[in-house]
Design a protein. Sequence first.
Length: 367
Amino acid sequence: DAVERGEYRHYMLKEIHEQPQALADTLEGRIAGGRVLTQILGVDAEDLLARTEAVHIVACGTSYHAGLVARYWIESLAGIPCTAEIASEYRYRNPVVRPGTLFVSISQSGETADTLAALKLARERGYLAQLAVCNVPESSIVRESSLVLMTRAGPEIGVASTKAFTTQLAALALFALAFARAKGLDEQRYLDGVRQLEQLPGLVAETLRLDAGIQDLAGDFADKQHALFLGRGTHWPVAMEGALKLKEISYIHAEAYAAGELKHGPLALVDAQMPVIAVAPNDTLIDKLLSNLEEVRTRGGVLYVFADHDIGSRVDDSRTLVMPACGEIAAPIVSTVPLQLLSYHVAVLRGTDVDQPRNLAKSVTVE
Ligand code: G6P
């Protein structure tokens, strides 16, 4: 055990630091000449993508959050309707499937009971195909799917998913870009998206250098009961993933809200006892997010902001950490990393069992 963890105190920390390599492995051989190789989705992929008129994504837990990010990418880049939902809901709600819909399941283990049951249901519902985004090649979900896009995160031991999530996002970005190009995405935006993926391992490596700064902030959280995570667009599911990490391993109650919903409830909770964590990317919604943060501040809320390099100077707060400058594809992946480190350091300070949190399992194979 100690040998496998190497210099790291916990598997989770090791797996967080393995992300640059895991991302490079997931992208390896799938991009050439600045373009995504469509064959990565199978020999008939070109034809299949051309015929796809809608996408249904289904998953559980962290994998569901990856699906939520992909939904934004698919709709905004490919202009094709996409839904992302929790497998345990999908499987019991009698989903309506229009012709030309592609089913996508996302699962690290490939064995999650609800996701597998959702896939089995989907096979009877007239989908164009079933694509699995999965980390375990010999798993049930891979075997039952007609198309497979493997993540290459390697074994993930920590119950709280880290490198599996970011590699899922990289695989889904490959899919979204290839799909969007087939649907007529502007060439420049496409090439720019692919370039961001190529730069991803380096950007994540750079972000990991924030570790010491994040460890310093973690002390503020150790005695807190609640935390609120805010984001907009693709960074709303990133905020959800940040809140899930904190809940899972530090046992602090954490909620994520789309920042635009603040006035519809969570603002009532804001006080000095509930830290508010926000992810501030350099995107078209940044002005709106910054004004949401101002509302938190004027109500005495204590803000922690992870800001894109080009936004950092606009966030008027001492508890701001600056990440590398990122475009629309790289940003949600890069922004995930500081949130993983934050929950890790808070959990260590609280003395919880980081790799084996109470009541949780790595793979939920029974309903
Ligand atoms: C469990 C794990 C999570 C994981 C979820 C879905 O809850 O603790 O980390 O995200 O299952 O698992 P899957 O293997 O389908 O991605």
